[in-house]
Design a protein around this ligand. Sequence first.
Ligand SMILES: [Zn+2]
Length: 322
Amino acid sequence: MKKAFISALSFLILSSITLSLNSVFAKDSTKSLRVATTVPPITNIVENIGGTAIEVTGIVPNGVDSHTFEPVPSDAKILAEAGVIIVNGLGLEVPTIKLAEKVKKPGTPIVRLANDTLPKEEWQYDFSFPKEQGYPNPHLWPNIALTIQYAKIVRDQLAGADPEHAHTYAANAATYIAKLKQLDQAIFSCIDTIPKNNRKLVTYHDSFAYFAPRYGMQVIAAIQPASFTEPGPREIMRIITQIKREKIPAIFGSEVFPSKIMEQIARESGAKFVDELSDDELPEKPHPSFIGMMVNNIAIMTEALGGNPDCGGNVDTSNLTD
Ligand SMILES: [Zn+2]
């Protein structure tokens, strides 16, 4: 018994030595902090603030529906190797977070940017994200004041996990936040060019719930139901009537969520259907960046609603790592 105990003990000691040796070697072979992220806008924010000091892997591919995304087995490896895991939260990446909790290293934090940015009283529930289902609208990032909070949290979390590069993260964040402020101002001046009566949004995917109140827009309707299917005929009729009554010139879809229903609503209400907004798919041009995505959104929105689309022209859409 005793002998068995001792040999079990020495096995334990030996394996813990091997483990710590492994981690020493692992540290030497990978010099930079590994960060796992989820949706492309968050991946891009983290890339800009981490710069060359970190290695970022975004788990949700660009152009994929992030709301129904399920991680694949290779994502478990990415999450297991990460020193920091940064997600949006507010119910957006539930399967990925569950997997992360299972496989991550004990010391690796899971940072939920939206939960850390907005107090519970300010979470929004609506048609696509009803309170009964328990998950609020998670799209904080089109509201640039909230994105600036995201950037600050990312800066502090990276510095916490890798204090040696804290100054790099602080300097990159300062540059990036200055660009975000420029974007924020550009959005205000774009909306300013839209006739007051047209500052209304009808979108398919419900991603402008936090954007609208900041910039003086009103979300009249989001058409996609909570099940991510199509709305029923009665709801469609209600929306068509409302678009006609409010004389809304354009309604918006996105390439990630193609919908025949939107074409029907546009045809019957007389509004123009603009199928090009994006809440998490980064564009190719002018730069594959979150800021570039928002500049495109605002130009598309402003033009379709009767404003001057050149309003966002001076915003620097480049990435720090381009
Ligand atoms: Zn979305």
